[in-house]
Design a protein around this ligand. Structure first.
Ligand code: OGA
Ligand code: MN
Length: 281
């Protein structure tokens, strides 16, 4: 098995290459990829061009796969593959995808551990916009001054879809606004996630509404500052999609967002998720 990893930036990202394509679809590759995702946060497989079956196979080899969204997509051939698109013929709930324009972690407001990894394959690359950005919440925590680390430990934030969609509340048609904003649960999570292996990361993003026990303005300002800190160039990465590109990232150690794009670009990504093994703790 010959799979190669080349750092993209010091703290985040590796570009993957392979001698034989079929080597990527083995249990050994699944283990290696899982370990590299945890180490490097984002893995880019340029123009791998996986089919849905291949994407599900890799997901399960890293796996097991988990279904993040109760998909209402009508053209989905397998419901474990979520089609990320603004095309209303395929996605009758575009607000959910518009919410991806803002920094977030997947599966933070559902009743299961956040997925370990998210996998996206590019089916139609947008002509303009639509890059995906990633920010390492491990590197962000690690880079904080010691006093601030100590202050944040023990704090909790309240997360909701309503909070993450607050920049677009007034753009959601009124007749289904409340239903959309009510998606998911309201969940309290520690601000600093102490993973079972002892590593620490921040649990932030626009799902975080306020800090428990802190005034709303002070808590929100702190959450905004932490997200800005994590998104600084040293800790973040932007991927410009070419059709066929495949990216896997550690959803437990990164937030991500899409650079805004228009539905007229036809942008289409296929998403799968690997189940998480630990609750935020
Ligand atoms: C998602 C997501 C980002 C993108 O589907 O959860 O955040 O660039 N997608 O489409
Ligand atoms: Mn997402």
């Amino acid at each position: 098995m010959a799979i190669h990893f080349e750092d993209i930036k010091e703290f985040i990202g590796s570009r993957v290459s392979w001698d034989k394509r079929e080597d990527l679809f083995t249990p050994e590759a699944g283990q290696l990829i899982r370990q590299k995702v945890a180490e490097r946060t984002v893995l880019v497989f340029p123009q791998l061009g996986p089919t849905d079956e291949e994407q599900l196979a890799i997901t399960n080899l890293i796996g097991p796969k988990v279904r993040l969204t109760n998909t209402t997509n009508v053209q989905s051939n397998d419901e474990d593959v979520y089609q990320v698109t603004l095309d209303e013929k395929i996605n009758p709930q575009p607000e959910y995808v518009l919410g991806t324009f803002f920094w977030h972690m997947d599966g933070i407001t559902v009743d299961m551990p956040p997925p370990f990894a998210t996998l996206l394959s590019c089916r139609i690359a947008p002509s303009k916009g639509g890059e995906t950005e990633f920010a390492s919440t491990y590197a962000a925590y690690e880079g904080l001054p010691d006093e601030e680390k100590a202050e944040l430990e023990g704090m909790k934030a309240v997360h909701s879809v309503r909070a993450s969609l607050s920049p677009i509340h007034d753009a959601i048609p009124e007749k289904h606004r409340e239903r959309v904003l009510g998606i998911g649960l309201i969940k309290e999570h520690p601000l600093v996630w102490i993973h079972e292996n002892g590593r620490k990361s921040l649990v932030i993003g626009t799902t975080a509404d306020h800090i428990v026990g802190m005034s709303v303005p002070a808590g929100r300002a702190m959450l905004t500052r932490l997200a800005e800190w994590a998104a600084q160039p040293a800790y973040s990465l932007r991927h410009k999609w070419t059709e066929g590109d495949f990216v896997i990232w550690d959803n437990t150690g990164a937030m991500h967002r899409a650079v805004p794009y228009d539905k007229s670009t036809g942008r289409m990504m296929h998403r799968t998720s690997v189940a998480g093994t630990e609750a935020v703790a």
